[in-house]
Design a protein. Structure first.
Length: 313
């Protein structure tokens, strides 16, 4: 039985002709009728004040109970946020402040680690995969324009700077150009500054639907995961893989490390470098930085060693 991994918000556009080169027809496997739907693409971030002044963020699949986590000032004034595991051989990652004032990331429990991956992966995936013009994206963008979400993110070096850039990109004059920049960066019709498909980087011909795409597709099929997408597109899209990471963290955590190590981390840093270099829009500069430091955080605490592969872009 195939499990339906189905981003809930429909994409309203596909890569324009000429933006990328394509190999094969890339038809996607339909989910079985009796599989359990998982609206992993539905992101709800509701940042506000809870009792005691702690910022809260509700995140999860639309229509389901949203997972919650809170962070704020502990009795000693150190900001805390749990995000990982200790005591089982994994590196500890507890969010706080070191003696020199630098943010640190150490962990609390395996369950909190997975919840944090689900939260951060779902948020970043939605921002990279879905058009910012979609109505479903507006609550997320509204939350990111404020400060409360920063208290929910792992306290990573560079977080404040990335957040400030994203907030700058959401003020009125910059927000008006957000959709235009999303189209230019990721969809075309002209050559893309930052293609989001892994095979563009891993395939010698820099095409979509390359060998690495087929390898990912086979890996998903072996695990009974069927991406049910609204458009005919490759599965190795960075935003989609971040959403899938969030889904795996909640539904099949034993498969999470392989997805990251084999199918995302070998090429994602290069994509994020091109994203930061290819845009002058502060929102996408900040998003590129935030995604980069978050993936580095995942890699560190899970002890991942992705293979070094030759990149062709």
């Amino acid at each position: 039985m195939m499990t339906d991994f189905s981003p809930a918000q429909r994409r309203d556009c596909s890569p324009r002709p000429g933006a990328v080169r394509q190999r094969g027809n890339g038809d996607l496997r339909a989910a079985s009728a009796d599989s359990r739907p998982s609206d992993v693409g539905a992101v709800t971030v509701d940042c506000g004040a809870a009792c005691g002044g702690r910022a809260t963020a509700h995140r999860g699949a639309a229509g389901n109970d949203a997972a919650t986590s809170s962070s704020g000032a502990a009795g000693n004034g150190v900001r805390t946020s749990s995000c990982g595991a200790a005591g089982n051989g994994e590196a500890a990652l507890h969010c706080g402040t070191s003696a020199n004032g630098e943010a640190t990331a150490l962990c609390a429990s395996p369950e909190e680690a997975l919840r944090t991956i689900a939260f951060t992966g779902r948020t970043l995936g939605a921002l990279l995969y879905y058009s910012p013009a979609r109505p479903e994206q507006q609550p997320l963008l509204h939350a990111l324009a404020g400060d409360a979400w920063l208290e929910e993110w792992p306290a990573l070096p560079g977080l404040a700077e990335a957040g400030a850039l994203m907030q700058q990109g959401l003020v009125a004059d910059q927000r008006a150009t957000l959709e235009q920049e999303f189209q230019r960066l990721f969809l075309g019709p002209h050559a893309l500054p930052a293609p989001q498909w892994g095979s563009v980087y891993l395939d010698e011909e820099s095409v979509v639907y390359g060998e690495s795409t087929l390898a990912l597709r086979a890996w998903l099929r072996q695990r009974g995961i069927a991406p049910a997408l609204a458009t005919n597109e490759p599965e190795d899209h960075c935003g989609l893989l971040l959403l899938l990471s969030a889904w795996l963290a909640e539904n099949a955590p034993s498969s999470l490390d392989t997805l990251l190590e084999e199918h995302l981390l070998p090429w994602a840093p290069r994509f994020l470098t091109l994203l930061c270099e290819g845009t002058v829009h502060p929102f996408y500069q900040g998003l590129g930085r935030l995604t980069r430091i978050t993936l580095a955080h995942w890699r560190q605490y899970r002890g991942l060693t992705p293979p070094v592969r030759k990149l062709y872009r």
